[in-house]
Design a protein around this ligand. Sequence first.
Ligand code: ADP
Length: 439
Amino acid sequence: MIRRAVGLLLLMGLASSWGWIRDSAPATLLGALLGALTWLAFDSVRAYRFLNWLGKADLDRTPRLSGLWGELTDRSRKLVKKLEKKAQNSDDRLEDFLAAIQASPNGVVLLDASSRIEWCNLTAAQHLGFDPQRDLGQYVRNMVRHPVFTAYMEAGDFRHEIQFDGPGQRPSQPSKISLQIHPYGKKRRLMMTRDVTAVQLAEAMRRDFVANVSHEIRTPLTVLSGFVETMQSIPLEEEDRQRYLGLMSQQAQRMQTLVSDLLTLSRLEGSPAPGPGEWVDATELAQHVVQEAIGLSAAIARPVHAVALEPGPRFWVSGVKTELLSAMSNLLSNAVRYTPAGGSIRAGWRLLDDGTGEFFVRDSGPGIAAEHLPRLTERFYRVDRSRSRETGGTGLGLAIVKHVTQRHGGQVQVQSVVGEGSTFVISLPPSRVRQHAIG
Ligand code: ADP
């Protein structure tokens, strides 16, 4: 400030010196006035340059000014730089924040006070069928036209979530979307969505499973309690008594098998997949289950089946012996139970070129129609219900086979033609197969 005052006075003094030399008071005054005006003009130009630059705040084109204007320019430049950095930091944080919301498995939609879409992440766009760019600014009611959603918006009670059908991957398979609105700020709303298709499917499967188990247990229980009542109320001949007891024992056995299969399944589901620890002789396993099948055929079929082990290469497979035996024996027991008496059943191991080990069971039974094949390994799925019951089937055998095989990294395949028999194959990956003994 002092420098400015000194500059002004100097210019005024210089301009008035002409009048002072001539000893004329009006000329001195006029000179001083002219000096002051000149200083003001220069100062205004500098002020204009400063204000002009400040309006654009272009850091690359800072005007070169001295004195107070220079100082002002310098300080303003630093301030603008600081503000720009702050704005950049805020932008970066906003970007990070939005990227985090984009990555969320939940859908997020921000609605303004008039319920127009301000922003939404890709997940929400998928759940609700929006276009995340084009539909910004649209009224959400126009975009989500499900009656459940319309009623939710009209009621304005957002304490609970709603569920409705979303677009889904195919029109025949709509997804189930759960949606809840959370009000925030000044009449703004946060709308969150979740895809609950899998949860609902799991819940439906759980309900079906409980219903199936109850049904499977109720049937033998009803028969059993019927016999008990009869034996309690009617005096029976010894022969009838023995017959009734035999039938009761059959029903008790049926329940026992069912419970045992259920426990096996739950153990398979609840335990970690077996490591490649134990190596077992594949041929020994096959011999064991084929012997069992010969015994089963002798017990239930007249004439017995021609059950044979097909010769194959010698190799070892790694896994849990009891689980592998249970899967293999389930396939053989099915072959015996579903192939008419006297039919032929052949089982064995073969080794593919890529090192995959395959255990196959081929029978000359009735075969299975193609539409049943994809569902065979579902729990309680039966093609021939009465034959399954007659022969003590639980409907869980192939589910156990599938679980055991998958736990060992393999898969189950079925080839079957109605009237020409079936072939069931368990294939184990090369990592679980060795052609030389270990240890
Ligand atoms: P189940 O205890 O009823 O035999 P599984 O899960 O073992 O149950 O088999 C499911 C269904 O697949 C059976 O009910 C039967 O209808 C059919 N099935 C299985 N193996 C054979 C086979 N070798 N030949 C014909 N049908 C079979």
